[in-house]
Design a protein around this ligand. Sequence first.
Ligand code: NAD
Length: 248
Amino acid sequence: MYSNQEIDKAAGWLSKAEKIVVLTGAGVSAESGIPTFRDALEGLWAKFNPEELASREGFMANPRMVWDWYESRREKVRQCQPNQGHYALAELEKSKNLVIATQNVDQLHHRAGSQNVLELHGNILANRCFTEGNLLKDEELDWTTLPPKCRCGSYARPAVVWFGEFLPETILSRAMEASRRADLFLIAGTSGLVQPAASLPLLAKQNRAKIIEINKEESALTAIADIFLMGSFAQVMPQLTTATIKLL
Ligand code: NAD
């Protein structure tokens, strides 16, 4: 657990910071009902290896199965709502210069009202062409097959970054640039194991940014955190926002 003094200290830093970057992971959406990567490994699809399903090779080997797997995840995401942590972060953005670099593909930061969101791993609710890579609207797709097809005859695929794929170049370079310039970096709900996202706080640390972390457990990034707030995102983030706004 964390103390009130730690919240106050973190809020003091946030209130004074001029360039804030927030890296979020699956843990920030856990209290919205979306399983984290680890939970998913133990859940419905536990018998499948996500690294085989969520890859170009997996899709080519069995497009219908991969499509159905994503459809079940999309259905879950559509039913979920942002939690108090998402809303508190959006509230903080109204008074601070803040960029969210998220590993989540669930759009919950957007739905909570955050404006400045970099989706490092894409958006699960969107589709793109498997061959050409361009984003496709539902009405542009031929739904007589599943997965549906692009006009070019190729299948549509979820607009997420799969294992073995590069992150969207512009988004990653914007996140790296913001991290290098940050004077405060907040890490929330990520195990810090997935690269290159996990390196963003290291870029900030090199520039002597202060690092605050919120997580229910220690992560691979806790060692570089100046303040570690051990707790759930939906509980800690609203306290942090309220305490910060009081100081402005
Ligand atoms: P992860 O599953 O590896 O780690 C989740 C982290 O969140 C853990 O450190 C855990 O202790 C912490 N956590 C769990 N519940 C929490 C809570 N209520 N409050 C605070 N912390 C909590 O997730 P990751 O680091 O984001 O990496 C997994 C990969 O899987 C990413 O690439 C991501 O794109 C993808 N993914 C996304 C979603 C989503 O969009 N919501 C869900 C699952 C997986």
